[in-house]
Design a protein around this ligand. Structure first.
Ligand SMILES: NC(=O)c1ccc[n+]([C@@H]2O[C@H](COP(=O)([O-])OP(=O)(O)OC[C@H]3O[C@@H](n4cnc5c(N)ncnc54)[C@H](OP(=O)(O)O)[C@@H]3O)[C@@H](O)[C@H]2O)c1
Length: 306
């Protein structure tokens, strides 16, 4: 993630370096990609180099679809913004780091796609409401809500402060509520909507030093199933993705021997990539997935199966 957390600041917060690193990496942020990287179609740091066609893809699954992404300034959200725009979507993205948001906007524009950045803090209901209004003012409506914004504030229960509990719950779960609340009436009125929420393997299996993060992400999975029941008769699907350990620059900075231990617990033998999560999001949003709702798609290399 993009902000410091207790476990990193205090090595004694977790039971060992591998566990501590694992907790961090399980919700790790991805790299900042320069504008040249976006224009070239580069997703995350040096890990992802998809084709660089120079213009949006000829595969226009999302032509004229309007896609809102929370946390589009970096990592998975940023890669998803690029992927949606490449397939013809009009994308709006939010996050607090305006310089990065503008960079994504310009980068997508340079490749012939359409993206607009709006500064919004997902914890603030009024901000999210304005984000939805901004999207409607730019593109006339909203078809897809991708609830991706998230943070970590790791620490064992003994060290977990109420502040860090609230920050993670307010961002990771409260932000999802704020976005769905703001977008819901419009989707109901149009009789169409696609919602994808980002959960986590650590919300499914738990993780040492992450009671706040695991609770928030587990909440995402329950929220998804409940809202899916409300949306199903109205043409709105609501699904979740539970990523495993995703390769980011933060992960790349982990000592090789620690990374090897993490990878040894992943049956496919490697970390995931941000674009592998983005592909899952695009699948759940596409017309082909109209019968998929209330599901949680695990993209974790087989690390957690149930
Ligand atoms: N990477 C992994 O291994 C992994 C594994 C499982 C789940 N996930 C989940 O995947 C999602 C994306 O994470 P990532 O790995 O791509 O991390 P990241 O690079 O740190 O991205 C997090 C995004 O969330 C945004 N964000 C955070 N707090 C926000 C707030 N209050 N308001 C608006 N935006 C906010 C950030 O934007 P600003 O900083 O500009 O506000 C940033 O764009 C998160 O929900 C994370 O928990 C990641």
């Amino acid at each position: 993630m993009n902000e410091p957390n207790e476990a990193r600041a205090s090595p004694s917060a977790s039971r060992g370096s591998v566990s501590r690193r694992a907790a961090l990496i399980g919700s790790a942020g991805a790299a900042v990609v320069g504008i040249a990287g976006i224009a070239a179609g580069i997703g995350v740091g040096s890990h992802e180099v998809p084709p660089a066609p120079g213009t949006v893809s000829s595969r226009q699954r999302f032509a004229n679809k309007v896609v809102m992404i929370t946390g589009g300034t970096s990592g998975i959200g940023r890669v998803a913004a690029i992927a949606f725009a490449r397939e013809g979507a009009h994308v709006t993205l939010c996050g607090r780091r305006e310089a990065l948001g503008r960079e994504v906007e310009r980068g997508i524009g340079a490749t012939g796609g359409t993206a607009r950045y709006f500064r919004a803090d997902v914890r603030v209901e009024a901000d999210v409401q304005r984000f939805v209004e901004f999207t409607a003012s730019q593109f006339g409506r909203l078809d897809v809500a991708f609830n991706n914004a998230g943070i970590t504030r790791d620490g064992t229960m003994r060290k977990m402060s109420r502040v860090n509990w609230d920050q993670v719950l307010d961002t990771n779960l409260g932000g999802c509520f704020n976005m769905c609340k703001a977008a819901w009436e419009g989707m109901l009125a149009r009789g169409f909507g696609r919602v994808v929420n980002i959960g986590s393997i650590n919300g499914q299996a738990g993780q040492y030093g992450q009671v706040n993060y695991a609770a928030a992400k587990s909440g995402i999975h329950g929220f998804t199933k409940a809202l899916a029941q409300e949306g199903a008769p109205k043409g709105i699907t609501v699904n979740a993705i539970a990523p495993g350990y995703i390769d980011t620059d933060m992960v790349a900075a982990v000592p090789p021997e620690v990374l090897d231990k993490i990878k040894s617990r992943i049956p496919v033998g490697r970390l995931g990539k941000a674009d592998e999560i983005a592909r899952g999001v695009l699948f759940l949003v596409a017309d082909d997935a109209g019968f998929v709702t209330g599901s949680t798609m695990s993209i974790n290399g087989g690390q957690h199966m149930y």
